[in-house]
Write a protein that binds this ligand. Sequence first.
Ligand code: NAI
Length: 287
Amino acid sequence: MATASEIAAVGVIGAGQMGSGITQLAAAAGCAVLLLDADPTALSRAVASISASLRRLAAKGQLSQAACEDSIKRIRCVSTVQDLRDADLVIEAIVENEDVKKKLFVELDKITKPSAILASNTSSISITRLGSATKRPSQVIGMHFFNPPPIMKLIEIIRGADTSDEVFAAVKSFSERLGKTVICSQDYPGFIVNRILLPMINEAFWALYTGVATKEDIDTGMKLGTNHPMGPLQLADFIGLDVCLSVLRVLHNGLGDNKYSPCPLLVQYSEVRNTWLLTPEIIAVYS
Ligand code: NAI
């Protein structure tokens, strides 16, 4: 199994919000990155946004021009899981759906080299269960980045019941090589951060739903009253309402307590309207 300094080739699966940020970090740290997505347009969007982001860093003097262009050259888009056969570490950031992720881990287990570490960026799905879909559960681990990965300083590492000490140590040092601070969570629903964060976001939806206050006052209250950089409703928009809903359902099912039951308003925005809450800041970011 590769140690952190030997991790030279990284496979990233899912070129959405998280996968593109993870790709940028790994390429800037000197790794060759193979980026895979089921949707070819997601790949071209990701490469454009990573290149723009690295060039912004170079323009600000936070990265040399040469390092910026070299990082971009280290990224190769691929179209099949088989193309990841030489990766030392694969990080998946596909849709938050346990069956889909398990199917991917089964495939990865078959095609990657025996020493490869398989990591999931899941927000809430059990790493032990993902690992048990493979014949190498000791090499399966959670690497939970935060959004947006190049900016957020934290990686929450989740040890499945079978994750080995060697794999944990390698992934911890690799995360530090990416410039991140690491925290370690055991494999319980929501891990550390989402276990605490999602009930707060859900409560903000309940407050809005039951008419306690406007969405602006709820967000301003939590921003200025608790010194958070943004309010919980705006944060929910940034995370994605579908991701919030899916994490809450995992907490509700896994911990068996009704306090985690998703607020109907969150369900409605996510599943029926399929939109953001449309706070002005979010409209500005996405328009
Ligand atoms: P996204 O929707 O922006 O991107 C997901 C990408 O995966 C899409 O481009 C999609 O085409 C691709 N994809 C889906 N199924 C695939 C498959 N079977 N094979 C290859 N590509 C596939 O999602 P996002 O927000 O980047 O989330 C990805 C993962 O990261 C999820 O597990 C989510 O829970 C987790 N996460 C999300 C955070 C967030 O703030 N959005 C924060 C931390 C973790």
